[in-house]
Design a protein around this ligand. Structure first.
Ligand SMILES: *[C@@H]1O[C@H](CO)[C@@H](O)[C@H](O)[C@H]1NC(C)=O
Length: 326
């Protein structure tokens, strides 16, 4: 009798052990399948995009604290883009465009490869006058846009956590601020956290032809697909993501494609970019093609791509005057 009960106990233990083993195995596998491997990037590679590598030349550390904005527009430009900055300040970047909704804009600038003391002096004057410029000491170039984007994420995470949304938007874009604010108000609770939207690009694969503008070597990125990402022209996100994307960048090796890079960070976080479409997905609200100006078409878009400063100024007056009659 005693022998038998001992035997029974032993089977129980063995059974429980087996079940635990199987469950752990299954769980481990599902986790491995659904989450990408997190291996920290070697230090010398991470340093290229790490915020601690670069210093501020111009900053606005108090701006957000004073205003607690609903939305902050972060606009990458270079030192010489004076005209583009002026156009943005006079159009979609102007203060007080939407009553009772605080929207701030900030231009994010690096340094030219060859220093230009005269332009730099001009920029510092502009910064004093408008208080809307951040400058850091990395070299501004197409290849370095990933650095700039990560500096934007770091700036939001450090100086602007109180804002509800941030938007990265290029200066050569038409932004329908009215529609954007309505759209964000309409998204409700689910857009307060882990939310990012824009023109989603899915099923893209790396260009392996070295003459292509978006060429990427297999050494830098070996996978045959990119995870879904947002066109770099303009995307909006809940500000909590800035800190999370900055964190995730420790595990993603820098590549010179800034929009894909953010997509890779989102993939590490398990955050899926949200589509912004109308008419059952037939119309993209973030119109990254160039469209001829037509007031009522533009009234139904959040962004339209491809405007030089003169064209932006030219259409803005007409749009503002009567977009709400469409
Ligand atoms: C990117 O910025 C770094 C830091 O300023 C600089 O050393 C490097 O030359 C830049 N790369 C390009 C391609 O401009």
């Amino acid at each position: 009798m005693r022998k038998r009960s001992r035997y029974k106990l032993l089977t129980y233990f063995a059974g429980a052990g087996l079940i635990t083993f199987v469950v752990t195995l299954v769980l481990n596998n599902t986790i491995r399948l659904s989450m990408p491997k997190k291996t920290p990037t070697p230090k010398e590679l991470y340093d290229v995009i790490s915020p601690s590598t670069y210093r501020f030349i111009l900053n606005q550390p108090e701006l957000c604290l004073k205003k607690s904005p609903f939305l902050v527009l972060m606009i990458p430009v270079t030192l010489k883009d004076t005209e583009a900055r002026t156009a943005v300040r006079r159009t979609w970047g102007q203060y007080g465009l939407i009553p009772h909704v605080t929207i701030l804009h900030l231009f994010v600038v690096g340094q030219p490869a060859q220093s230009d003391p005269l332009l730099q002096e001009h920029l510092e004057k502009e910064s004093k006058e408008y208080g809307d410029i951040i400058q850091m000491d990395f070299v501004d170039s197409y290849h370095n846009l990933t650095i700039k984007t990560m500096m934007i994420m770091n700036w939001i995470a450090t100086f602007c956590q109180d804002a509800q949304y941030a938007m990265k938007i290029d200066a050569d874009i038409f932004l329908n601020v009215h529609y954007l604010v309505d759209y964000l108000h309409g998204q409700g609770e689910s857009s307060r956290k882990d939310y990012i939207t824009g023109s989603v690009i899915s099923d893209a694969s790396p260009h392996r032809d070295s003459f292509n503008k978006w060429y990427i070597s297999e050494d830098l990125y070996s996978d045959t697909w990119y995870p879904p990402y947002l066109s770099g022209a303009a995307y909006v996100f809940s500000t909590d993501l800035a800190r999370k994307i900055s964190w995730a960048s420790r595990f993603v090796r820098p590549i010179p494609l800034e929009d894909v890079y953010v997509g890779l960070c989102l993939h590490v976080l398990g955050v899926k970019p949200a589509y912004a479409t109308r008419f059952l997905g037939l119309r993209n609200l973030f119109e990254v093609r160039r469209l001829k100006y037509e007031r009522c078409t533009f009234a139904k878009c959040i962004i339209v791509n491809g405007f030089n400063p003169q064209n932006l100024l030219r259409i803005w007056h007409d749009f503002q005057k009567s977009y709400n009659t469409c």
